[in-house]
Design a protein around this ligand. Structure first.
Ligand code: ZN
Length: 245
């Protein structure tokens, strides 16, 4: 039984500890009175992501007092069953490759649909009526369940199925990676950009060691390449803006 009435001022952020979901967390903290976070342990090869989640939350709380007051509980769901549903580079030692259909073999069909459904269940229990996710149509990988229409359809299905309003906010849906860095800057200034560079994790291979201009990672995998290109573009645009002033 839901003991908390759904509250439109309370949001649950799907939070992986990566750059995108960190931007989403900041976006939510800027707008909602209470913000909780949800992660999924699906035995991902890069489990370092799960450690980064807690570090990013702690750093946000330490560096942004106004946001600390709004930051609520963290939840981690055990989704070991995803390993049974996939045989991809995320859960085995195979190399990351593009398949014939243009999707990387890290693709788990319908994964975001599963994540959002589970998130809605948690949100309902927690009295939240807003889900915030980093799904993005401009992402290189073109996951069909990241598309805006998919998300809108699921929002309707969840609201009907729960018989409670459930809004899915996707602030990154039409942003480029450079624009996501810009969003972080707009929300939390250079401090949030630096926090993102240092503490968030993106690399598919789970490498942290080397520090590049854009953060830590192997620098070679598709996720690192995308993050590096986005950061370089962000810096170039910033330099141009500075020159124009
Ligand atoms: Zn990498």
């Amino acid at each position: 039984m839901n003991t908390n009435a759904p509250d439109p001022r309370t949001a649950l952020v799907l939070f992986s500890g990566g750059q995108d979901s960190t931007a989403c967390l900041a976006w939510a903290l800027d707008r909602y009175a209470r913000v909780e976070t949800l992660g999924f342990d699906y035995r991902q090869r890069h489990r370092i992501e799960l450690d980064c989640r807690l570090v990013v939350r702690a750093q946000i709380a330490a560096q942004f007092p106004a946001w600390r007051a709004r930051l609520g509980d963290d939840h981690l769901l055990d989704l070991a069953l995803l390993a049974q549903l996939s045989d991809t580079a995320l859960t085995s030692e195979r190399a990351i490759e593009l398949q014939a259909n243009g999707l990387p073999n890290t693709f788990v069909p319908g994964r975001n649909l599963l994540f959002l459904t589970l998130a809605a269940t948690v949100a309902y229990r927690r009295g939240a009526s807003v889900l915030v996710g980093g799904m993005c149509e401009t992402d290189y990988s073109g996951y069909p369940d990241c598309r805006d229409n998919t998300i809108k359809a699921q929002q309707i299905a969840l609201s009907l199925g729960l018989d409670a309003p459930m809004t899915i906010e996707t602030p990154l849906m039409f942003l480029t990676k450079a624009a996501t860095w810009r969003l972080a800057q707009a929300l939390g200034g250079d401090a949030l950009v630096e926090l993102t560079r240092e503490h968030t994790h993106t690399c598919y291979l789970g490498e942290r060691g080397q520090r590049h201009a854009w953060g830590h990672g192997c620098g070679q995998c598709p996720a690192c390449t995308l993050r590096a290109q986005g950061h370089a573009q962000y810096l170039a645009e910033r330099a141009n803006l500075g020159a124009a002033c």
